[in-house]
Design a binder for this molecule. Structure first.
Ligand code: SF4
Ligand code: SF4
Ligand code: SF4
Length: 164
């Protein structure tokens, strides 16, 4: 099973990586040869080009529990809050290791610390999904606006359901 056969226009949010307790999901560049074959033959539409990484499952270690699919906010949409304040997108907010960032945020929230999470809507949706579709009061979400110029750079962003 590959996620790209189940999830339309994967946006690289990486929730599936964290969802897999067996650590069978890893993110790869779209240019990677093995990924390319999966992308080209995916049952759901996927962009072949783009900077956003896509997940690949190590099928040898997978126990077919389906958690990665069920926690994917595209496959299983979450309740998004209404935001009154928005922040301008800036490259300084790009995360090198998104899964580590989600894990650290969740750890801090569960420990009761005041925690701020600045991210795009797809990253916020991933975090909410991983937290069981619940936002605890000590978690402050700060959404970044993906303007039209930014969205025009990636196929999955052009199709982004958060902006439709
Ligand atoms: S089906 Fe379960 S074990 Fe397999 S990759 Fe997904 S989360 Fe991991
Ligand atoms: S959780 Fe869904 S949208 Fe996010 S990277 Fe995984 S498959 Fe793609
Ligand atoms: S437009 Fe923004 S929120 Fe939508 S997929 Fe792209 S980066 Fe994520």
């Amino acid at each position: 099973m590959q996620l790209l056969n189940k999830v339309k226009n994967c946006n690289g949010c990486s929730a599936c990586v964290v969802a897999c307790k067996d650590r069978c999901v890893k993110m790869f560049d779209r240019e990677d040869e093995a990924v390319r074959q999966i992308l080209e033959n995916a049952e759901k539409p996927q962009a072949l080009e783009g900077k956003k990484k896509v997940p690949m499952i190590n099928e040898g270690g997978c126990n077919k529990c389906n958690a990665c699919v069920l926690f994917c906010p595209i496959f299983n949409p979450v309740d998004m809050p209404e935001f009154s304040e928005w922040y301008n997108y800036d490259e300084k907010f790009e995360k090198e290791d998104l899964p580590a960032f989600y894990r650290e945020t969740m750890r801090n929230v569960r420990a009761g610390q005041h925690t701020e999470f600045v991210g795009t809507l797809c990253e916020i949706a991933a975090l909410i999904s991983l937290m069981g579709n619940k936002i605890r009061p000590n978690l402050i979400l700060k959404p970044l606006v993906c303007d039209e110029e930014k969205r025009s750079l990636e196929e999955c962003c052009k199709e982004c359901s958060f902006y439709k």
